[in-house]
Design a protein around this ligand. Structure first.
Ligand code: FES
Ligand code: MG
Length: 576
């Protein structure tokens, strides 16, 4: 079939395929070399499927099947699907931390969309950082885009117990260290805790960020909790592909959908699901890409008024499969009523209010009402005080009631290696009142802001029955973690934040009621200590790591690179 190079189209991809030029000829002839005729693609919306699959992303192992289903939807609606692999960021295997690479995937997403003949995109992600990374990139590229969440794993069973990813691994690991679990039982848990493809099926970062993507209007309604391996997930993939073609025709871009209210909805949703503490960093980063200068104050305000309604681990009892069966996110958003701004537009063309109008709560123990919440106020609190002038956070629903108002002596570790070496030293003096501190574990210090914030409890305390201590760090923690962990202390120690000045035995005061974190050492003494402080040597001297250290912002600013914030539009490439 011969091309008619003079065909004009309104599509962005037409700039590649329409011109009667040597370049146009090159683009068309090479697609023909791949076996495509004009009928396959000429004048059709080109939908890029950005796929974060890899053999080492354990959560996305169903993506090879799903990508075919997305393509089916795109063909059905007269689009032309093209799959573009992008960095997979599998949380379990990547070291030192996927957070080191979130911004790299965001850059890759943005540039992959901009440099190719693309009219719309399906973003296939799910495992933790893939969600914010792809959304950050899509916001900056500002081409029509829809997110397809990987979906959670099926829930796991061991004997008569239901096991949740992460949360139950930490729990039984502590029981094993306490001498309560034999090797054989531990082996059985290893065999059954990850039961299928999909993301962690607790309300970890993956489920939290997917719910947030839905609350921002970037997925089809109800998409965020569909389990990865049920037939409905396949049908969701096909429907997402279909809708992407319409998005290209409607030219509905992230900038048409995302408003300050969309980000309020993201915050309220993260609080109401008892979501991962990581959400705060990611929501700030996404908002700043969209031109909204979100600060921790907004999280503090909304956390004071938003009840926790999802009874999901680690804040509650159930797992994501139960949440889906109980009505999923649409039902939860409906329960939130006035807390959600229903007039926000979403990627299916309707408003949030329209999308949730028919949602129902099937199990009121799993998705609570505002009259019967898991907790009357938000899942994550913002704390301030002289130990964290730019703020830090805690998830009180995952903390121990006895420690919510606590003053105790600091035991300080400068590095994770030091913590590992000294934690179980019987002479460490660590007791149930101690406040464990890990510093130099933030965005610069880690580097890369690792998930080290749930510091382990020493063996001798586990054997005494102690399961929680106040723990403070400039690190993050996994969304599946729990405990009285104060996280994201900013400014971090590696840039000279007050955390760098703490010494063993200093008294630390934590008050959740007053949302305060104070180091009870006077200013004059701290000024003296500062004179002898010097910044640790940067770990990376070359390559991506060096770029990361030069440009990453602090936790309260979202840890994006300073040069990626919203600003002047980046021009589309010229085609000569
Ligand atoms: Fe991928 Fe938890 S490891 S979502
Ligand atoms: Mg995680």
């Amino acid at each position: 079939m011969a091309s008619n190079p003079s065909d004009e189209s309104e599509l962005r991809s037409g700039r590649w395929f329409d011109p009667d030029s040597l370049r146009g000829f090159g683009h068309r002839s090479r697609l023909k070399g791949m076996g495509y005729d004009d009928q396959d693609y000429r004048g059709k919306p080109v939908v890029a499927i950005l796929n974060t699959w890899s053999d080492l992303n354990t959560c996305h192992s169903h993506f090879p099947e799903r990508v075919q289903e997305v393509k089916r939807g795109i063909w059905q609606m007269g689009g032309f699907p093209v799959e573009i692999p992008v960095m997979s960021l599998g949380e379990m295997m990547m070291k030192p931390t996927t957070m080191l690479y979130r911004n790299l995937l965001a850059m890759e997403t943005e540039e992959a969309l901009r440099c190719h003949p693309v009219d719309a995109a399906v973003l296939m992600g799910g495992c933790d950082k893939t969600v914010p990374a792809m959304i950050m990139g899509a916001i900056s590229a500002n081409l029509p885009a829809i997110f397809l969440p990987a979906g959670p794993m099926l829930k796991a069973r061991w004997k008569d117990q239901t096991l949740g990813s992460g949360s139950d691994a930490w729990k039984y690991w502590d029981e094993r260290r306490a001498g309560n679990l034999c090797d054989e039982a531990w082996g059985e848990i290893e065999n059954c805790i990850a039961r299928s493809a999909g993301t962690c099926m607790t309300m970890g970062t993956a489920s939290t960020m997917s719910a947030i993507a839905e609350s921002m209007g970037l997925t089809l309604p109800g998409a965020s909790s569909v389990p990865a391996v049920i037939s409905e997930h396949s049908r969701l993939a096909v429907a997402t592909g279909r809708r992407a073609v319409e998005l290209a025709q409607e030219k509905l871009c992230p900038s048409d959908l995302l408003t300050a209210e969309s980000f309020d909805n993201a915050i309220v949703t993260s609080m109401a699901i008892g979501g991962s503490t990581n959400a705060i960093v990611h929501i700030i980063a996404m908002a700043r890409r969209a031109g909204f200068d979100l600060t921790l104050e907004r999280f503090d305000e909304l956390s004071r008024t938003t009840p926790v309604l999802a009874n999901i681990r680690p804040a509650g009892k159930f797992l994501m499969e139960d949440f889906f069966d109980a009505g999923g996110l649409c039902a939860l958003l409906k329960q939130l009523g006035k807390h959600i701004q229903g007039n926000c537009r979403t990627v299916n063309g309707s408003t949030i209010a329209e999308n949730i109008a028919r949602a129902e709560v099937i199990d009121p123990d799993i998705i609570r009402s505002t009259e019967d919440p898991i907790s009357p106020t938000g899942g994550t609190f913002v704390l301030r005080g002289n130990l964290s002038p730019s703020g830090c956070i805690i998830k009180p629903t995952a903390a121990s009631p006895r420690l919510l108002e606590h003053t105790g002596p600091a035991v300080v570790f400068d590095t994770y290696a030091e913590l590992k070496a000294k934690l179980n030293d019987p002479d460490s003096g660590i007791n149930a009142d101690s406040v464990l501190i890990l510093r130099n574990a933030g965005p610069q210090g880690g580097p890369g802001f690792p998930e080290w914030g749930m510091l382990p409890i020493p063996d001798h305390l586990l054997k005494q029955g102690v399961r929680d201590l106040v723990r403070i760090s400039d690190a993050r923690m996994s969304g599946t973690s729990y405990g009285t962990c104060v996280l994201h202390v900013a400014p971090e120690a590696a840039v000279g934040g007050p955390l760098a000045l703490v010494r063993n035995g200093d008294m630390i005061q934590l008050s959740i009621e007053q949302r305060r974190l104070n180091l009870l050492v006077d200013d004059q003494e701290l000024a003296e200590r500062r004179k002898s402080w010097s910044a640790p040597k940067p770990k990376y001297q070359r390559g991506y790591g060096a770029m990361f250290l030069k440009h990453v912002t602090q936790a309260d600013a979202g840890c994006d690179f300073d040069f990626l914030h919203h600003g002047e539009d980046t021009p589309d490439p010229e085609i000569y």
